[in-house]
Write a protein that binds this ligand. Structure first.
Ligand code: GLN
Length: 543
């Protein structure tokens, strides 16, 4: 029996958290004993998110198989607690490219290639391709109803619904108008009408709003959008995104979806999730974590989602340890201007990934501060590279040590391309120089990293070009830097640590991509535990 489809589409405006709605529905269906996967459709022309600028589009999510994807896939993985491959992200560019390539290869046997049926068929085939042994495929269609660019996807969604049991969910926004003191349903009515124009009748309407929707408003939505009142599902703002599955459960949303398919729950188990949520709410202590990165500033405001997986990984670790995280992002150029004084209030520091020179001196200063003051430090990718540079300059006396990414002529290129990569660059095969996706590492016995992972062999996701230069490893190790994890052929340095430090660990990988609400990443748990040992701990008292 093939999978059933649940399409999630947006109305009124974007940025409502459709991804969280989709993930939460998936979590509920999982808790009822069903196998679930999720697809994100991005109607943009780009083939993937690889070329997008972090300051404009936020974080790029990396999949196990090396896909560079929109962040929504990250939410699915964090909620569903499973790896999703890159094919679970579909873009307009991929669809058209496939059809055009097929046309060039005479795949249409001399006939015209058309939007209907060829583009539509390509979309349908790609959605069907991810079914595998899942009971449900959740398909989130980016953008909002009425957008020109998601028309073909809605068309395909409608067709799939004629062939396969499907449910359609419209996520809309209910604004609260202060001057009249009222929640307004009109935009939702329009969004539902626009969706009906595509031939899709929503089965459920999820109402995003600042506050709960009262009965008269639910009545109105029900009558004017032609759906049962019980199928208007509230989704008011909540303290944490991890609360949403429980908000939906309260309203029997998962069970109502199952009912539409004529199914019953096989079990009902959301205990672990609920327990972690309780931990978050009843935390005993507060831990202050500073995330020092180069992409924090955004005009006068700050980017909320450029390090989203890092922030979530901190939250996951804290939920497990029953600690409340206070996370602040600090633009690294601010350290260059104001010094490390502003870091004193943090119990722990994370340096996330990045590309290019801007702000790196501030990052190096930050790492020096952590190293010299026994402040817990976790470096991720660029964070590891900057830690090596800092150590080379300030402990090994290699003045001007750098990565060739930022200083191609440095006397001490402690971070550089590997010799094999240099060959590829000569051949102009730049694409092949990026290490993308999951790679294995072997952890050295007796190290902190090994202790945290609790095993010898680990695999983490990567997204970078440069590596620790093998020529300098001996010199760095002589002075006390310990490479606690290497690639199986021992050529690539994957983890480092300072043995006599409270917690000074960095990795060439991005362990934040493996962190899930129910399964936190070991290095983050280690960081939070170490941060709790810092002197200025705030203890929370509960009634
Ligand atoms: N810019 C560095 C490299 O390409 C680090 C990349 C990252 O932090 N993701 O190797």
């Amino acid at each position: 029996m093939g999978a059933k489809y649940i399409f999630v589409v947006g109305g009124v405006l974007s940025g409502l958290g459709k991804g969280i709605v989709t993930s939460s529905i998936g979590k509920l269906l999982q808790s009822y004993g069903y196998k679930v996967t999720a697809i994100k459709i991005d109607p943009y022309i780009n083939l993937d998110a690889g070329t997008m600028r972090p300051t404009e589009h936020g974080e790029v999510w990396v999949t196990e198989d090396g896909g560079e994807i929109d962040q929504d896939l990250g939410n699915y993985e964090r909620f569903l607690n499973k790896n999703l491959p890159k094919r679970n992200n579909i873009t307009t560019g991929q669809i058209y490219l496939a059809v055009i390539n097929r046309e060039r290869e005479l795949g249409y046997k001399g006939k015209n290639a058309e939007v209907v049926p060829d583009i539509i068929n390509e979309i349908k085939d790609r959605i069907r391709a991810v079914e595998e042994d899942n009971d449900f495929v959740l398909v989130e269609i980016g953008g909002t109803t009425g957008d020109i660019q998601n028309e073909v996807f809605l068309y395909a969604a409608r067709e799939l619904g004629r062939e396969t049991p499907s449910v359609y969910i419209l996520v809309t926004y209910i604004p609260f108008l202060k001057n009249v003191g009222e929640l307004k349903t009109k935009p939702t009515q329009h969004a539902a009408a626009l969706l009906r124009e595509t031939g899709i009748m929503p089965d459920f309407i999820v109402t995003r709003s600042e506050r709960r929707i009262d009965e008269p408003r639910k009545d109105k939505i029900s009558k004017l959008c032609f759906i049962d009142k019980g199928n208007v599902i509230e989704d008011p703002d909540s303290e944490t995104i991890y609360e949403v599955p429980l908000i939906f459960k309260e309203q029997n949303f998962g069970k109502k979806i199952l009912e539409k398919f004529g199914l019953n729950p096989k079990k009902d188990d959301l205990k672990k999730w609920a327990h972690l949520l309780e931990n978050m709410k009843n935390a005993d202590k507060v831990v202050k974590i500073g995330v020092v990165g180069k992409y924090v500033a955004y005009g006068d405001s700050e980017h909320k989602d450029v390090y989203i997986s890092v922030l979530e990984a901190i939250r996951h670790a804290c939920a497990h340890l029953k600690v409340k995280p206070l996370i602040e992002q600090i633009q690294s150029t601010k350290i260059e201007e104001q010094g490390t004084e502003i870091l004193k209030k943090y119990d722990g520091i994370v340096v996330p990934g990045g590309f290019g020179k801007m702000g790196t001196e501030g990052i190096i200063e930050t790492i020096k501060y952590c190293r010299e003051n026994n402040v817990p430090f976790l470096g991720l990718c660029y964070g590891l590279q900057m830690a090596v540079i800092e150590f080379a300059r300030n402990v090994c006396g290699m003045r001007g040590a750098n990565t060739t990414e930022n200083d191609p002529d440095t006397k001490y290129p402690v971070i550089d391309f590997m010799p094999e990569q240099k060959e590829l660059i000569k051949l102009k095969q730049y694409g092949a120089t990026m290490r993308l996706g999951a790679y294995p590492a072997v952890l050295k016995e007796g190290t902190k990293v090994r202790e945290l992972y609790g095993k010898e062999f680990v695999s983490e996701r990567h997204r970078h070009r440069y590596e620790v230069n093998p020529e300098f490893i001996e010199k760095l190790e002589e002075k006390g830097l310990l490479f606690s994890g290497k690639s199986p052929d021992k050529k690539l340095m994957e983890f480092l640590e300072l043995p006599n430090h409270r917690f000074f660990i960095a990795t060439q990988a991005h362990p934040e991509f493996h962190s899930r609400f129910e399964n936190p990443a070991p290095l983050f748990v280690g960081l939070i535990k170490a941060s709790l040992e810092m002197p200025h701990q705030t203890v929370l008292k509960h009634e």
